[in-house]
Design a protein around this ligand. Structure first.
Ligand code: AMP
Length: 217
């Protein structure tokens, strides 16, 4: 079993790329954002703790997120692709310790980098299919659905995430800039770290990531 990681700021395309990659490779997509949003919508104890933090754009505390992730990893047997985790150096170090203790290998760390100016428009115009089994991602400017508010793939209702507003996005970027540098430094020296230029069209990025996995096979 291996775990692969997608790093990068909000709106860089982690979710989009993760969804496309898991269709091609047999990977389990683990988005801590999706898991937490599900907990919020179900009103679980974790969800109640996370709700206001997430809506405002703040990070959820490390021990809650690590707890969710480690519980999930213990249940999985296939290779995993993380999207949105780890987000802090503490999470990265804890994950490394956990992986070593379980004999799980760290696979690729794909760092999608993009200019901050491009991100806000992407996030504010993002719409996501509310059907959990679909979760397709749209952008009103660059990838609009055929019918307003309706998912092309499953007919589900498209949602505007509570934290995809200008105000919350700015706080998310503050959080990202506070935590990212040490996190990136932790992985950058490793042989399986890959820089990915994120301002290119999604198809090109997808092709690069697929090639990366093919070369490893
Ligand atoms: P995302 O869907 O990855 O953009 O995450 C949405 C929100 O969920 C973030 O702004 C945080 O509030 C929370 N979240 C997701 N992943 C993490 C994480 N690894 N650490 C802390 N908070 C997280």
């Amino acid at each position: 079993m291996k775990v692969h990681i997608l790093l990068g700021p909000p709106g860089c395309g982690k979710g989009t790329q993760a969804k496309r990659l898991v269709e091609k490779r047999s990977l389990i997509h683990l988005s801590t954002g999706d898991i937490l949003r599900d907990a919020v919508s179900k009103g679980t104890e974790v969800g109640l703790r996370a709700k206001a933090l997430m809506a405002s754009g703040k990070l959820v505390d490390d021990s809650t997120v690590n707890g969710i992730v480690f519980a999930r990893l213990q249940d999985e047997t296939g290779d995993v692709l993380f999207d949105g985790y780890p987000r802090t150096l503490f999470q990265a170090e804890s994950l490394q310790t956990f992986l070593s203790s379980q004999g799980i290998t760290l696979g690729f760390v794909m760092d999608i980098e993009i200019q901050e100016q491009e991100l806000e428009a992407r996030v504010v115009n993002r719409r996501v299919c509310g059907n959990n089994t679909c979760g397709a991602i749209y952008n009103l400017n660059t990838k609009a659905p055929r019918v307003d508010g309706v998912c092309d793939l499953c007919g589900g209702n498209l949602k505007h995430r509570a934290d995809d507003t200008t105000e919350a996005f700015r706080i998310r970027m503050v959080e990202f800039n506070k935590t990212f540098q040490p996190l990136q430094a932790f992985y950058k020296g490793m042989s399986n770290y890959r820089y990915v230029e994120g301002s290119r069209p999604p198809d090109q990025i997808h092709d690069q990531l697929v090639k990366l996995f093919q070369e490893q096979a």
